[in-house]
Design a protein around this ligand. Structure first.
Ligand code: CDP
Length: 133
C-alpha cells in the first residue's frame, strides 16, 4: 500500500479574461463556504497534470491544459503536499458539480475573498497572475 506521504494535491489557477476561477467548498464544516482553487488528490500512477485534469472534469465538467507551477508548496497536516498550477480552459463552462458555487474574480474580489487557509499563501502569486494576463 502506498503511504500518503509525498502524495500531492493539485490545485488549479484557471485564468481567463483577466479573472481567476474560485470554487466554494461544501465541507468539511470548518471549510464549508470558503473559496479555493479547485483540484484534488493525484492518484498513484497519474502525473500531477493528468490527476488535475481528471479532477477538473469531475468537479467542474471542463477540459483543461495544465501549465507551470504557481506559488510555493503547501505542506498539509496529513503529510501530503498541495501544489498550484496554471491551468487554461480548453472546452466547457465551469459548473459547480462538487462545490456549492463557482465564480470568476478580478484582483479586488480575489483580495476580498474568504479563501481556505491553505490557499491564502498564494494570494500575491495569484494577483500577479491576473495582472500579467
Ligand atoms: O477531491 P479530493 O478528495 O481528492 O481532494 P480534496 O478533499 O478536495 O482535497 C484534499 C486536501 O487538500 C484537503 O485537505 C483539502 O482541504 C486540501 N485542499 C486545499 O487546501 N486547497 C485546495 N485548493 C484544494 C485542496
Amino acid at each position: 500500500m502506498q503511504s500518503d506521504e509525498a502524495r500531492e494535491v493539485g490545485a488549479a489557477a484557471i485564468v481567463a479574461g483577466g479573472r481567476l476561477l474560485l470554487a466554494q467548498r461544501v465541507g468539511p464544516p470548518e471549510l464549508a463556504g470558503l473559496w479555493e482553487l479547485p483540484g484534488g488528490k493525484i492518484e498513484p500512477g497519474e502525473t500531477p497534470a493528468e490527476g488535475l485534469r481528471r479532477e477538473l472534469v469531475e468537479e467542474l465538467g471542463v477540459l483543461t491544459a495544465v501549465g507551470g507551477r504557481v506559488g510555493a508548496d503547501v505542506p498539509l497536516p496529513n503529510g501530503m503536499v498541495l501544489r498550484a498550477y496554471r491551468v487554461t480552459l480548453l472546452d466547457g463552462e465551469p459548473a459547480a458539480l462538487e462545490h456549492s458555487a463557482v465564480r470568476w474574480v478580478g484582483p479586488a474580489e480575489l483580495s476580498a475573498a474568504e479563501l481556505v487557509p491553505n490557499d491564502r499563501v498564494w494570494l500575491p502569486d495569484l494577483l500577479t497572475l491576473l495582472r500579467v494576463e
